[in-house]
Design a protein around this ligand. Structure first.
Ligand code: SAM
Length: 288
């Protein structure tokens, strides 16, 4: 039985272990059972699934995951939470707690060991200070992923869903949409957490595409172009690319490439779609 997801039981366990929240680890624990149930429903975890949880905290969501999944691995950085997790998860024999920084875990090796390298589900109430490196790490290292269902800052969730022309559109939108289909499944106010975060939150599900929505010859080059063009937001695409040390083309070659794409030479990067970045990447690639 999941027992932690409410204020009273959370406070009780925190007091029992004299736990102090560490701001640097982005610790905001969920205390609302409706939100936890909504996350479980959106993640669609079944007894067939191996689930990776990032940042289990005191084990609130981990208990729900253990009830629903075949097996769970939960990676937690804070050593003060490890004895608490041993206590709150003692009734479950299908969970492994890994005391590590998620950015240092070899998730491919974990998926191989625990799930025969078959697609895994990632479910997490993420530490907001490293949302982007976590998501990009999962996608770029080609971890076999079925879906990622995560609580993130509301603004970041919006950014993942946006297309060209919107103010929030950027490198993260393009990367997420290249690898997955993003869908916001719930907006979550600060009072669902302890302590309350200063920003609104949202649960977003990223369902991995079987085939990327665009084809590109050199994925890495496309992401170099994307990063370069959003590094200097108010500049033109040509200037952004010209100032990027890892794109070794002359100013003339860059202008030629943009014209070959069939767009004005003074266009800004934020006006290009994913499809256009893929085409530009192929054009640039042919000149390198
Ligand atoms: N899952 C819990 C919940 O929903 O109540 C806690 C979520 S809290 C927003 C984020 C958790 O991630 C904290 O437990 C924090 O200690 C952990 N964390 C922070 N940085 C981490 C890192 N680099 N690797 C692994 N866990 C980390």
């Amino acid at each position: 039985m999941a027992t932690l997801g409410n204020p009273q039981n959370t406070i009780e366990i925190l007091q029992k272990y004299h736990f102090n929240f560490q701001k640097k680890f982005g610790q905001n624990f969920l205390i609302d059972p409706h939100v936890l149930e909504r996350i479980m429903e959106a993640a669609g975890v079944t007894k067939e699934d191996f689930v990776l949880e990032i940042g289990p905290g005191i084990g609130t969501m981990t208990q729900y995951l253990c009830e629903n999944a075949r097996e769970v691995a939960a990676v937690e950085i804070d050593s003060n939470l490890i004895p608490i997790l041993q206590d709150t998860l003692k009734d479950y024999d299908n969970v492994t707690v890994i005391h590590q920084d998620i950015l240092k875990v070899d998730i491919n090796a974990l998926a191989a060991e625990k799930n025969n390298s078959q697609p895994i589900k990632v479910v997490a109430n993420l530490p907001y200070y490293i949302t982007t490196p976590i998501i990009m790490g999962l996608f770029e290292s080609h971890v076999p992923i079925d879906s990622i269902t995560i609580m993130v800052q509301k603004e970041v969730a919006d950014r993942m869903q946006q297309g060209p022309g919107s103010k929030e559109y950027g490198a993260l939108s393009l990367a997420v949409q290249y690898y997955a289909k993003p869908e916001i499944v719930a907006n979550v106010p600060p009072n669902c957490f302890m302590p309350r975060p200063s920003v609104g939150s949202a649960v977003i599900r990223l369902t991995r595409h079987r085939q990327p929505p665009v084809t590109v010859q050199d994925e890495k080059l496309m992401f170099r172009l994307i990063r370069a063009s959003f590094n200097q937001r108010r500049k033109t695409l040509a200037n952004g690319l010209n100032n990027a040390p890892d794109i070794p083309l002359s100013k003339e070659q860059i202008q030629e490439s943009i014209l070959e794409l069939g767009v004005p030479v003074n266009i800004r990067g934020e006006a290009l779609s994913l499809e256009q970045f893929a085409r530009l990447s192929d054009i640039v690639g042919a000149k390198l």
